[in-house]
Write a protein of this length. Structure first.
Length: 119
């Protein structure tokens, strides 16, 4: 099965903390597997090295000031309708995690989307 993406898609970005959990499971992992279950085109989870958000508390990966709650960014690209539907799940999971964060949606022009060849 080959997934197709429109050239005019949406990029969903979810900014959370590494320590945010849903039922003893990392929130970023719950988001990734929920997106997979919904059939979204793909998810990338990135770990940041330094950030601050609404609390203005700085989180950093510096050795001198090791933080146990580094920033996590979950990025998902898919068609607008699928992203809009998935936002309900995002809100539900973030409410269960009782965490702060930031969720954004923006236009994404998909130029290339194809699975690699199996070796």
């Amino acid at each position: 099965m080959e997934l197709q993406l429109n050239p005019d898609s949406k990029l969903l970005r979810i900014f959370i903390g590494e320590n945010d959990k849903v039922a003893h499971r990392p929130l970023y992992e719950a988001l990734l597997f929920a997106a997979k279950k919904q059939g979204l085109a793909g998810v990338t989870v990135s770990r940041g090295i330094m950030a601050y958000g609404a609390s203005t508390r700085v989180h950093t990966a510096k050795l001198v000031d090791i933080s146990q709650d580094l920033p996590i960014i979950v990025e998902i690209v898919d068609q607008e309708e699928k992203i809009t539907e998935f936002l309900k799940i995002v809100n539900e999971l973030m409410d269960k995690a009782a965490c702060g964060g930031l969720v954004t949606v923006e236009k994404a022009q998909v130029l290339y989307y194809k699975p690699g060849k199996k070796r």
